[in-house]
Design a binder for this molecule. Structure first.
Ligand SMILES: Cc1cc2nc3c(=O)[nH]c(=O)nc-3n(C[C@H](O)[C@H](O)[C@H](O)COP(=O)(O)OP(=O)(O)OC[C@H]3O[C@@H](n4cnc5c(N)ncnc54)[C@H](O)[C@@H]3O)c2cc1C
Length: 428
């Protein structure tokens, strides 16, 4: 009997678990998904959770319920180690909020293992960053940011001595710029909900970027347009500015300046989780990602695969597959085929990353991006409503893999109804 264990139920791992679970439902192959959380929220939505435009409690998916419907099993637990010769994974003991043991440390046996653990924020060892900046890399941190944001706006509303709310965002990648725009929307909505002293004019968001321009991974034209939109909103863009230290009062730059901040967010880089650096001899790169070949198998162990942000995969043109939701989605599809092929003794497929373009959503103000494809013959610039539809369709594709088409349609309907019934902003 085969035991396929997938660790990490995110953009890539959950899609793979659902596909494999359905495929092997009536066979003697077990598919087990392990995640440290009980629920899944699609990570590109985290800046919306942070700003309050999305309620994670409504949009999250329950792993246990999904596992029952799709023929896989689910175990709650945090993976902390691996024994390749025994073919077992170690899970940490699970504690409740008071520190009492709910489950002791355990091991799980596998015959095939897939790492899909995603990534965490990389602060590059900057002093004070871990203590004083919020890392927007999990649903928990996004929710903590949201609570702190509401508290800061409440102080602005109530404290006549407080002139402005200063928020500093380190990193002008998609996460940083999208969050900046969402924050202005939050300020506007709070005013509409009765916070008369709150307005976007009293919000001061700085986006600090070490490089010469924002959105370094996207075409120049998109970066320019986004920069223009953000400046119109009132965002201060501080380019060529490297942060050297963070404190509870703000950020110090390498140039010797100080940027005051009531809240600081670090969104400047990613790495695979720290424990992956030492995974029983599996080869990793300098940001802890597991080195895989193009079949998505680790180069060290024939029974272990990696997909998504925690995988280091190089394409024939020497480019590295970027840490993006579309990469995780494509890798999950490719690995699904390869696991089936392997069982049938067939040759494995070579993964090819296909870039379908990039879109940046600046809350309800604007959506800007480019589409790539054979029909467009290269990159086509899009913005406005069409761009917004394409942006949302990435999430809908993820929902369709997990729920199927009909249920996704129901969810879209429920979303529309909720927009009428519930506050536009999560107020708690
Ligand atoms: C705010 C934000 C906005 C983004 N916007 C976009 C976008 O617009 N477009 C885009 O393409 N990409 C975007 N991304 C990147 C995208 O979210 C990731 O590339 C994608 O989610 C990676 O998928 P994954 O399956 O590798 O990992 P993830 O989706 O991160 O899932 C990893 C899973 O592993 C679990 N896990 C982690 N450690 C452990 C452990 N030790 N034990 C057990 N379980 C564990 C986690 O709970 C999680 O469920 C964004 C990211 C962020 C943070």
């Amino acid at each position: 009997m085969d035991d396929i264990v997938i660790v990490g139920g995110g953009a890539g791992g959950l899609e793979l678990a659902v596909k494999l679970g359905r495929f092997f439902k009536k066979s003697d192959t077990n598919v087990l998904l392990v995640d440290k959380n009980r629920t899944h929220i699609w990570k590109p939505l985290l800046h919306e959770v942070a700003a309050g435009s999305l309620d994670a409690d409504i949009d999250c998916l329950d792993y246990l319920a999904l596992s029952q419907k799709n023929g896989f099993q689910f175990q709650l637990g945090e993976v902390v180690g691996l024994d390749r010769s025994a073919q077992t994974l170690s899970l940490a003991a699970m504690l409740d909020e008071e520190g009492n043991t709910v489950l002791p440390a355990r091991t799980i046996a596998y015959s095939k293992l897939v790492f899909a653990l995603g990534s965490v924020t990389n602060d590059f060892g900057t002093p004070g960053a871990k203590e004083h900046c919020i890392f927007l890399d999990s649903a928990g941190s996004a929710q903590r940011f949201h609570t702190q944001l509401l508290n800061e706006f409440l102080k602005l509303q109530s404290d006549s001595n407080k002139d402005k709310l200063d928020i500093a965002i380190v990193g002008a990648g998609a996460t940083g710029v999208e969050l900046a725009a969402e924050l202005y929307k939050t300020a506007e909505l709070l005013k509409a909900y009765g916070y008369q002293n709150v307005s976007s004019a009293r919000l001061n968001v700085s986006v600090i970027e070490a490089g010469p321009r924002l959105l370094p991974a996207l075409p120049e034209r998109i970066a320019q347009k986004v920069a223009h939109e953000l400046r119109e909103l009132g965002v201060s863009l501080m380019l060529n500015t490297a942060v050297s230290e963070a404190s509870d009062k703000g950020l110090y730059t390498k140039q010797g300046d100080f940027i005051p901040a009531d809240m600081s967010v670090w969104a400047a880089g990613i790495k695979a989780p720290e424990f992956m650096k030492q995974l029983d001899g599996l080869e990793t790169n300098r940001i802890n990602q597991l080195v895989v070949d193009r079949t998505l198998k680790t180069v060290t162990d024939n029974n272990i695969y990696a997909i998504g942000d925690c995988a280091h995969c190089i394409m024939p043109d020497e480019t590295k597959v970027p840490p993006r939701a579309q990469s995780a989605h494509q890798m999950a599809s490719c690995l699904f085929d390869n696991i089936k092929r392997e069982q049938k003794g067939q040759e494995l497929k070579q993964y090819q990353y296909v870039d379908y373009g990039s879109l940046v959503s600046l809350s309800s103000y604007s959506t800007i991006g480019s589409l790539m494809g054979s029909l467009t013959r290269g990159s086509v610039f899009i913005e406005g409503k069409l761009a917004r539809i394409v942006y949302i369709s990435l999430y809908r594709m993820h929902q369709m893999v997990v729920y199927g088409k009909l249920k996704t349609l129901f969810f879209m309907l429920v979303n529309r109804i909720n927009r009428r019934l519930r506050p536009t902003l999560k107020l708690h």
